[in-house]
Design a protein around this ligand. Structure first.
Ligand code: PMP
Length: 439
């Protein structure tokens, strides 16, 4: 099939997520290698968002492909109640790789299922029902995860399941909670403590955070936030769940984003980078005290594809490759360069409002005037966005764009030269947006 035929047939017979079907313009992808996607018509496009912020290793990694092929030959599926070599090896590897006393893992198929099970565990463990989540967040598309989610994808899914209390995150970038990071942390935690008082701390099972907020802004926690939050929640016996579905597995320059703080969450959810998306797999990691609780009590949750050997084989190979190829180090090192290249963009282009990154997890916010009004409003769009995307595509780069901001999340195997090339493309293409400046 040609690129056009592929697009049309997919549109005729398959249903796209989060979309008005007639408006969907899917990117035709035939094959992919490292940071590059190839269309059936031979176009070569840099995947500057790592698929859906997930193919951390890069495309076409032979080691992972071999592991999947070997597992398919050996044992493609085993029931949840079995003990398999893939399950033994991968859970043991995770116990070594995940910091602190997080030594037990429940395997799911997706990030949403990981969060669903983390919440279920927290409720069973504490005997409480309520969950605190933050507005600038996305936690998945199942019924409960939609309510944990703060962003507008929740709206059409309301009222959904009850029991979720949403709070403001500390957002260090617009200084709504203070002018220094320390002040922002202190004020946000003071506000949170008041919310806990009104809700009744004894009714709250857990608080779930994206350790570094992903789609809703690439927002790293301000100084002292993780430690202060951990302390505050401990005071009330509220569990801390870190959603590391997007931020985990090297994206931020550490294996897990919570390692940027001096904390260990009670529960950690993961997916995406767990297998670098080579197979659908999610997991909940739990600390020893949670695992111990379920030693003599039943766990009321399961999946047909729990601990699926194919997913586990992919995870084992993907995690080992991340470590062996020092891609987490690469993310940290090139993250420093990305900060510089972003600053160059801001210095050169009036349309660049703000930039930020942590490791190879980055975002650029665009503005439509020198007063700093965002190019597109919350949940809105602007014609310049489409023109910018087309300019990027004509130069061979694709990325995710939303509400006047665009993502800089390349696969972690990207080289310095390739990263500089990506920013040269961004630089050339941003003049399209500059032309839309209203003053
Ligand atoms: N949590 C976060 C932080 C995510 O980014 C996502 C997916 N974008 C999810 C949960 C849900 O994961 P999945 O789509 O695999 O259910």
């Amino acid at each position: 099939m040609t690129s056009d035929e592929l697009v049309q047939t997919c549109k005729d017979h398959s249903f796209y997520s989060w979309s008005v079907q007639q408006d969907v313009k899917p990117l035709p992808v035939e094959r992919a290698e490292r940071i590059y996607l190839y269309t059936p018509d031979g176009e070569k496009i840099i995947d500057f968002n790592s698929g859906s912020m997930c193919i951390n290793l890069g495309h076409g990694h032979q080691g992972v492909i071999n592991a999947i092929q070997k597992q398919a030959q050996e044992l493609a599926y085993a029931a949840p109640g079995t003990a398999t070599a893939a399950r033994a090896r991968t859970s043991k590897l995770l116990a070594e790789v995940v910091p602190g006393d997080i030594n037990t893992f429940f395997f799911t198929l997706s990030g949403a299922e990981a969060n669903e099970n983390a919440i279920r565990m927290a409720r069973l463990f504490t005997g409480r029902q309520k969950i605190i989540a933050r507005y600038r967040s996305y936690h998945g598309a199942t019924n409960l995860c939609m309510q944990l989610t703060g962003d507008p994808r929740r709206w059409a899914n309301e009222p959904g399941t009850p029991g979720v209390v949403r709070v403001m995150d500390p957002n260090p970038y617009d200084y709504s909670f203070g002018t220094t990071e320390e002040e922002i942390t202190a004020n946000n935690l003071k506000y949170l403590e008041e919310v806990i008082m009104y809700e009744g701390g004894h009714t709250i099972a857990a608080m779930i955070i994206e350790t570094v907020t992903g789609t809703n802004g690439i927002l790293a926690p301000p100084k002292g936030y993780l430690e202060g939050l951990r302390k505050l929640l401990d005071k009330h016996g509220i569990l801390l769940i870190c959603d590391e579905v997007m931020a985990g597995f090297g994206r931020t320059g550490k294996m897990f984003a919570f390692e940027h703080g001096d904390i260990v969450p009670d529960l950690v959810s993961m997916a995406k980078g767990l297998t670098s998306a080579y197979m659908p797999l999610g997991a909940v990691g739990m600390r020893d005290h949670i695992a111990k609780f379920f030693e003599d009590k039943p766990y009321w949750g399961g999946l047909t594809y729990n601990s699926h050997p194919m997913g586990l084989a992919a995870a084992e190979a993907a995690i080992k490759a991340l470590i062996d190829e020092d891609l987490i180090g690469n993310s940290a090192r090139l993250g420093v360069l990305m900060t510089e290249l972003m600053a160059d963009l801001k210095a050169k282009h009036p349309c660049v409002k703000a930039t930020r990154n942590i490791g190879l997890f980055g975002m650029v916010d665009l503005q439509k005037n020198s007063r700093g009004d965002r190019l597109a409003p919350y949940n809105g769009t602007h014609p310049a966005q489409g023109e910018f995307a087309a300019a990027l595509r004509s130069r061979g780069l694709a990325t995710f764009m939303r509400w006047g901001s665009f993502m800089c999340n390349p696969p972690l195997c990207i080289t310095e030269e390739e990263l500089r090339h990506c920013f040269a493309i961004l630089d050339e293409s941003l003049s399209v947006v500059d032309a839309h400046m209203e003053d």
